[in-house]
Design a protein around this ligand. Structure first.
Ligand SMILES: [Mg+2]
Length: 285
């Protein structure tokens, strides 16, 4: 990437806010995607505000700061919106100082505690629990599921989820995603989560627009997943840019666009405005 004469393609030249999904866009596992750091610094030099948006609720925002700094990308906690931080923000709007049972990991527990909520364990009085919040939990077990069921069915707990991704991409393949835990609670309570705060819902993007004082047409999301990143961006009415460095292949986009013409019930919000082989293709060639 030769940065001397770089110029953004026409569709992106007026953007003021760039939202980056992380895995599959900025890095893959522990490896930086080539030149993603340079694209980010170029945009910063052009005074584009950069924020990062991950659906993974297991890590704290500080853990993400450390990860990007290891790749020499300068960033701060407030630049990150994870499904955990977005969930904590939205739950706080519903109730202050709530009692919450979490199926989830450090990221989600810490974000909730930071906002003054009490996160309780399976031995707590079920009828005092306000919310059951479900995210990815790699120590998920029958005991947690039983307590979540009791809180919802016998107590007064309202059921929410951070995200419902079916899979979690890792370096050498796929692991089960948060959706598996959400489905388990759904099945044994016969209730759906009242809201899912992560992508494809636009809670996070709306918060990013509000926090940065931007309008939707000034913002773009770069994502690698159609059914989370691209739908969320389209629902928030910002520019959506799919990059093919993660889970989506060019053939998936071609098939989607054929289906949109032919299949009646397909969600048109899956269709990205722009498709790039990788982030460095956002410049005029
Ligand atoms: Mg991704």
């Amino acid at each position: 990437m030769n940065d001397v004469h770089l110029e953004l393609i026409n569709e992106l030249k007026d953007i003021k806010l760039a939202i980056f999904d992380l895995d599959g866009v900025v890095y893959r596992g522990h490896t930086l995607i080539p030149n993603s750091d340079k694209v980010i610094s170029y945009l910063k030099e052009k005074s584009v505000k950069i924020v990062y948006n991950s659906n993974n609720s297991t890590a704290t925002r500080q853990m993400y700061v450390d990860r990007l700094r290891n790749f020499n990308i300068q960033c701060e906690i407030k630049d990150f919106y994870t499904s955990a931080s977005i969930t904590a923000e939205e739950i706080t709007k519903l109730k202050q100082n709530a009692i919450i049972f979490v199926i989830g990991e450090t990221g989600l527990r810490e974000e909730l505690k930071m906002r003054g909520h009490t996160v309780v364990n399976v031995d707590y009085e079920y009828d005092k629990v306000d919310f059951v919040i479900v995210g990815l939990d790699r120590a998920f077990n029958y005991e947690k599921l039983t307590f979540a069921q009791t809180c919802v069915l016998q107590g007064n707990a309202k059921f929410y989820a951070t995200n419902a991704d079916s899979t979690l991409p890792v370096a050498n393949g796929l692991l089960p995603g948060a959706g598996v835990m959400v489905n388990a609670v759904e099945t044994c309570t016969n209730r759906k989560p009242i809201d899912i705060f992560g992508k494809p819902n636009p809670f996070g993007i709306i918060a990013m627009l509000n926090d940065t004082d931007m309008s939707p047409e000034q913002a773009v999301i770069f994502g690698d997943r159609l059914n989370t990143d691209i739908i969320a961006g389209n629902r928030a009415k910002i520019i959506t840019a799919l990059v093919l460095t993660g889970v989506t292949k060019k053939s998936d986009v071609i098939k989607l666009r054929e289906d949109i013409l032919q299949v009646h019930e397909i969600d048109k919000d899956l269709n990205p405005d722009l498709v790039f082989d990788s982030l460095e293709d956002i410049f005029v060639k």
